[in-house]
Write a protein that binds this ligand. Sequence first.
Ligand SMILES: *[C@@H]1O[C@H](CO)[C@@H](O)[C@H](O)[C@H]1NC(C)=O
Ligand SMILES: *[C@@H]1O[C@H](CO)[C@@H](O)[C@H](O)[C@H]1NC(C)=O
Ligand SMILES: *[C@@H]1O[C@H](CO)[C@@H](O)[C@H](O)[C@H]1NC(C)=O
Ligand SMILES: *[C@@H]1O[C@H](CO)[C@@H](O)[C@H](O)[C@H]1NC(C)=O
Length: 404
Amino acid sequence: MRLMIAFTTIAAAAAAALALSIFAARASADGLNKSASTGLYWSTAKEEGDLVAKADAAGDSSLLWDDDDENHRDFDAGGFSSLDGMLQWAIGHSDPSKLKEAVKDVQRLSPDELKKRHMEIKELMEKLKMPSDAQLMRIAIDDLKNSSLPSEDRLRALEELSTLVEPIDNANELHKLGGLIIVIKQLNHPEQEVRTASALILGKACQNNPVVQKQVLELDALAKLIKMARSEFVEEAIKALFAVSALIRNNFVGQELFYAEAGELMIQDILSNSSIDIRIQKKSVLLVADLAECQLENGSNPEPLFFHNRFFLRSVVDLLASVDLDLQEKALYAVKNLLQLRTEALVFKEFCGLDAALEKMRQQLQQLVMEENDSEYAKDVETLRGEVERIFIGKLNKDTQFPT
Ligand SMILES: *[C@@H]1O[C@H](CO)[C@@H](O)[C@H](O)[C@H]1NC(C)=O
Ligand SMILES: *[C@@H]1O[C@H](CO)[C@@H](O)[C@H](O)[C@H]1NC(C)=O
Ligand SMILES: *[C@@H]1O[C@H](CO)[C@@H](O)[C@H](O)[C@H]1NC(C)=O
Ligand SMILES: *[C@@H]1O[C@H](CO)[C@@H](O)[C@H](O)[C@H]1NC(C)=O
């Protein structure tokens, strides 16, 4: 019973701490709701009935623990490693309306009072030991290893891991905890949602993280992710493309593997198929822009044949005629990078029809600006279009002066 009171206190303290940080960041109440829906849940399949379900149903963090010793033991062994971990935990377990109240309370405090309260909360949190992120990851990973775990629990464990791997230190721990292997295994799960959630975790863990990129590449996950990017399930394809992009971004080993696995064919098929979901096309064309940019930054590396494939180049240029301004902009950006590689300008002109496409786009953008429809955005895109046109003309002039 004593412990239960402590939990209620800590939950309130956490709410106040959260309010403090929100106050400091001047975030809106909407932001709060958003965090609440993506927050962490303390989960272990074994205790689910006792803990999370009750807390969810009642929306009250004091119900998270009952008097059962079994439940307290895990808690006693724990400890949040950081203020962030604590806050995330609290968000996941608190009633959003109560948190909002707490925010209001805190907003009435003076800066000195705020500072004092911040210190108090910190002290309180240091005294109370809460589960660390590593412990939470271990629990989720253990759940995933359980082959008789119901899908619902499996998905929840994946969702938790997905949030947990966002801080780079946690992502770096994932492999040591056996997490990468088990998550990669889930890419073959019969249920699409499980595969999708697993791809998302891999993408998040790899993002701007050469250490995890290397680990995932060594575990041979790339080929599977490339296959998944062709999935008939849109979400699965999107998350797989996200993971592929995160895995090979600024990573030449990854890019070589990508070409070895015919990743470029996957992209080409997506770009040239007009019945494919536009979000998948956007992700793919961004990946092209990214690969070309990486190549530009490292000019000494031989250019993959992919960048000189006329059919591929045409599939990118064709997207300039899309009805979606955002996709057009992304395609422009890709064309801008591709033009700066070694392919002859005449290929863009004669085979891809780039000059006609740019002219058509110019007229369309002019129209949008005149109609004052999305006009600021249209102006920005026109600026980029003009830049692409100048690069293109420059390249054409250079190629005719010094033919290769
Ligand atoms: C695996 O999950 C099932 C269903 O939730 C549970 O009954 C069982 O205890 C779990 N096994 C382990 C080893 O945790
Ligand atoms: C680009 O090339 C340089 C020198 O060849 C190398 O040091 C650098 O790591 C390369 N960049 C990437 C992203 O591999
Ligand atoms: C184009 O995409 C649709 C939708 O994903 C798919 O059903 C169709 O097979 C694709 N067509 C080709 C030629 O790949
Ligand atoms: C303006 O844009 C909206 C949405 O982008 C579109 O529905 C509407 O038809 C456009 N109006 C004109 C005059 O183009």
